[in-house]
Design a protein around this ligand. Structure first.
Ligand code: ARG
Length: 469
């Protein structure tokens, strides 16, 4: 491939073509090549090769002079890659062969010795693991930033009432802070999943060679140490072939996007004038080319949509792996594009959410009005009666009648007079109004994990200590 991304087809024969009598068909070359997309693994490929070369030299399998040549050649090559000057070539199939060919061009025979005791099969598995480890750390930081923004919102609105919903029907009052804290929890578990997955990503396949291990006296632990892997993969057949660690990453990614899509859906609803609960800053909204009054929540809508492709990538990788016999099969080359797109989609989505969450204005009045509209304190009245000795099922029925009356009179339960309420049960006293108000209802749910403002503030403090460490 030339610098402008166009394939350069005028290059010599392939490194493996020694046993072939007819050159590879152009169509097959194009079909089987992966350099168009796996070139983004270049830096990880170089990193892996440098560790491998170092070990080869320490084990006496290449000379110190060879190692030095490889190191300086790789330094040049890395600059070319970073500067967009690397001469990518479709004839060299993939990132590994492109780099090896260029290295050999630059330093001669030492470049040809680099592939001693290794195969592209253990090489690519190593590259993907290095790439994923890097992405996991990056995404973990972004999730943390999203949590930090949610925590600030939650703290500011620890006592701001809103209707809590079940079935999207007004159920009981909650605070907006409590609602935001629900997402802090979800993203916290997402981070746990990523860091758990990281342990299984962070194992070294290199040294498995093509599939059976190698006859050279290599030191795999040394390579693991140089690359920061926690351990080595223990079975060569498994190490070069399974991609379960990538599937796990995609599953964690699909869950992250599922959580993002739930939050997005809420934002879209809340931004609708029918709700009018929040306003997302102008910088994150778009207008309509025909309807001048419109402010559209494109970012959450698009994020909701993008959750589909990430879930799709998980399905793609599961299906890719299913039924593959041991050991390496070319099928596995197909793991990269879904993986890259998963990481890229997560990265762009989480970055923009971390910013957007800092630009949200809450319409407290609209939320309070909505919380009052749906008799959200009905359960509180039932609980009040139970505490006065009435069996819960009877209390439920009594409150249903009170709700019907309030509905007829177009007022809230707290607007009914004490006299009217007493008509439902003689046990009702003036203190009933403490639970019928939204504030009373909120304050009463003072258990760990509950919506009482005191609990929300405690949850914010605890999450800051555990999540933002
Ligand atoms: N480009 C290949 C991949 O992504 C590298 C491994 C190729 N190995 C082989 N035996 N053809 O999987």
């Amino acid at each position: 491939m030339t610098q402008n991304g166009k394939p350069d087809t005028g290059s010599p024969s392939k490194v493996w073509s020694g046993r072939f009598s007819v050159p590879i068909a152009e169509s097959v070359k194009a079909y089987t090549a992966s350099v168009q997309f796996d070139r983004r693994l270049a830096e990880f490929d170089i990193q892996g090769s440098l560790a491998h070369a170092q070990m080869l030299s320490e084990a006496g399998l290449i000379t110190p002079a060879d190692l030095q040549a490889i190191q300086s050649g790789m330094a040049t090559l890395l600059e070319e890659v970073r500067g967009g000057r690397f001469p990518w070539n479709l004839d060299d199939e993939d990132v590994h062969l492109n780099i090896e060919r260029r290295l050999t061009q630059l330093i001669g025979d030492a470049g040809k010795r680099l592939h001693t005791a290794r195969s592209r099969n253990d090489q690519v598995a190593t590259d993907i693991r290095l790439y994923l480890r890097h992405e996991i750390d990056h995404l973990n930081g972004l999730l943390r930033a999203v949590q930090a923004a949610l925590l600030d919102l939650a703290e500011r609105h620890a006592a701001t009432p809103m209707p809590g919903f079940t079935h999207l029907q007004v159920a009981q009052p909650v605070t907006f802070g409590h609602h935001m804290m629900a997402y802090v929890e979800m993203f916290g578990r997402d981070r746990e999943r990523l860091s758990d997955c990281r342990h299984r990503v962070n194992r070294l396949p290199l040294g498995s060679a093509a599939l059976a291990g190698t006859s050279y006296p290599i030191r795999r632990e040394r390579v693991a140490e140089l690359l920061g892997f926690e351990s080595i993969c223990l079975n060569s057949l498994d190490a070069v072939s399974d991609r379960d660690f990538a599937i796990e990453f995609c599953a964690a990614g699909a869950l992250i996007m599922t959580h993002i899509s739930r939050l997005s859906e809420e934002f879209v609803l809340w931004m609708s004038p029918r709700f009018g609960f929040i306003r997302i800053g102008d910088a994150f909204c778009t207008g309509s080319s025909i309807m001048p009054q419109k402010r559209n929540p494109d970012v959450p809508e698009l994020a909701r949509g993008k959750s589909g492709r990430v879930t799709g990538h998980l399905m793609a990788l599961l299906t890719l792996m299913k039924g593959q016999p041991l050991a390496y099969n070319k099928d596995n080359q197909e793991d990269k594009e879904p993986l890259f797109d998963t990481a890229d989609t997560l990265s762009s989505t989480l970055s923009i959410f971390a910013e957007m969450l800092r630009d949200i204005t809450v319409n407290e009045e609209a939320m309070r009005r909505a919380a009052l509209e749906g008799f959200s304190t009905a359960t509180d009245l039932a609980d009040y009666l139970v505490k006065k000795g009435m069996p819960f099922r009877d209390a439920h029925e009594v409150v249903a009648k009170a709700v019907r009356l309030a509905e007829d009179q177009h007022c809230d339960l707290s607007d009914l007079s004490l006299e009217t309420l007493k008509g439902f049960s003689g046990t009702i006293e003036p203190d009933v109004f403490e639970v019928l108000t939204i504030e009373g209802s909120l304050a009463s749910r003072n258990v760990p994990g509950g919506t009482a403002p005191e609990q929300v503030l405690a949850a914010v403090r605890a999450a800051r200590a555990t999540q933002l460490r």
